[in-house]
Design a protein around this ligand. Structure first.
Ligand code: FA5
Length: 335
């Protein structure tokens, strides 16, 4: 009769789950060694049956518990082997990704513009994208119900807040929070209810500039804008100044750059003008100083509001503003 030590030897010898199953069949299967012992009971003297039956039952229980224990060990081992074979280094670079990330041209050029102005002693200011009428219009000398407000094709929220129509609102926030003399630029996103075309978008970027000091003239503004365009374009691009009206400057002007796409001959990007309106500006209006609690007899200043997306288009030869926002990776992969 098979004994406890033999049962243990058969089970412990199994080195895989398949071998363990063979051991189970050998011991407890229908024709297995322990099951066969049961069949011998019938041939025994009735007096011996009970003791023999108890012994066989004990052997069967022992075999079963040894099988269960060995199965648990073999399953753990199999799981460990599986994990070791399939080990994943989640920090490793993905061999399938062939492209490294690139900066968007708007970000690239903005870095250059910020570098240029910080080198001239300007600091970078910011304001909220959702504005109120006071900062977007009133304090910029644009009276309520004045037709000038229509110029900016304003969106309104249901609470009459304004997704700012220009970065000029940051002029007000700066004048009300900083003591002059001061020099800031304020890059940021602005929003207008515009019909979108090659040079117009409903959400675009401007870079506001503001310099306040004791003696500031149009000559300072013109020189600042001319040197900016020359630096940013990296080559001489003809510019021209035109008188223009903005309620928050006096006098006001527009800087146009010659269209780089047709070199002034006229094309669909410049709407056959040969020029693209890039940077409006002017001398800070005395009323704006008064709104912000500053004495216009003491302080003078210039301000400008660069159409930054158009600058990006001119610099990199991108002939449609929509390409800057359509999210296609072909564009950024070129930079
Ligand atoms: C303004 O927004 C004034 N705040 C600028 C200013 C600042 C004047 C400081 C005086 C002093 P304007 O609406 O013209 O002005 O817009 C400024 C520039 O943004 C334009 O010259 C143009 O280059 C660009 N721009 C205007 N509308 C759009 C548009 N829909 N899409 C892309 N660029 C635009």
């Amino acid at each position: 009769m098979i004994d406890s030590a033999q049962i243990a030897a058969v089970i412990e010898a199994a080195e895989s789950l398949a071998a363990l199953e063979e051991a189970r069949v050998r011991l407890l299967g229908k024709k297995g060694e322990i099951s066969s012992l049961m069949k011998e009971i019938g041939a025994m003297a009735p007096a011996d049956r009970a003791t023999f039956g108890q012994k066989v039952n004990a052997l069967r229980d022992e075999a079963q518990s040894r099988l269960d224990a060995r199965k648990a060990i073999l399953e753990t081992r199999a799981e460990e082997e599986r994990l070791a074979a399939g080990w994943i280094d989640v920090t490793a670079p993905n061999p399938a990704s062939r492209h490294i990330g690139r900066f968007h041209p708007i970000t690239l050029l903005l870095e250059e513009v910020i570098d240029h102005f910080t080198g001239l002693g300007f600091s970078v200011a910011s304001g909220p994208e959702i504005e109120d009428e006071f900062h977007n219009f009133d304090a910029l000398n644009i009276p309520k119900d004045h037709p000038a407000r229509d110029v900016w094709d304003t969106f309104y929220t249901t609470e009459r807040e304004i997704p700012r129509t220009h970065t000029s609102s940051v002029q007000i926030r700066t004048l009300m929070s900083q003591k002059p003399p001061l020099r800031i630029i304020a890059p940021g996103r602005v929003f207008r209810n515009e019909t979108i075309d090659a040079t117009h978008h409903a959400s675009f970027n401007q870079v506001e500039g503001l310099l306040v000091d004791k003696h500031v003239s149009v000559a300072h503004l013109k020189h600042t804008l001319e040197t900016l365009v020359a630096k940013i374009m990296g080559r001489p691009v003809p510019v021209r100044f035109r008188p223009a009206f903005y309620p928050f400057v006096e006098p006001g002007l527009d800087l146009d750059a010659q269209c780089v796409f047709c070199e002034g001959r006229g094309c669909s990007v410049c709407k056959h003008q040969g020029w693209i309106e890039l940077i409006p500006g002017g001398l800070v209006h005395p009323r704006v100083f008064e709104f912000c609690g500053l004495d216009p007899h003491e302080w003078q200043g210039f301000a400008f509001g660069m159409g930054f997306d158009r600058m990006v288009m001119m610099r990199y030869g991108i002939d449609d503003i929509r390409r800057l926002y359509d999210g296609k990776l072909q564009l950024v992969r070129q930079f």
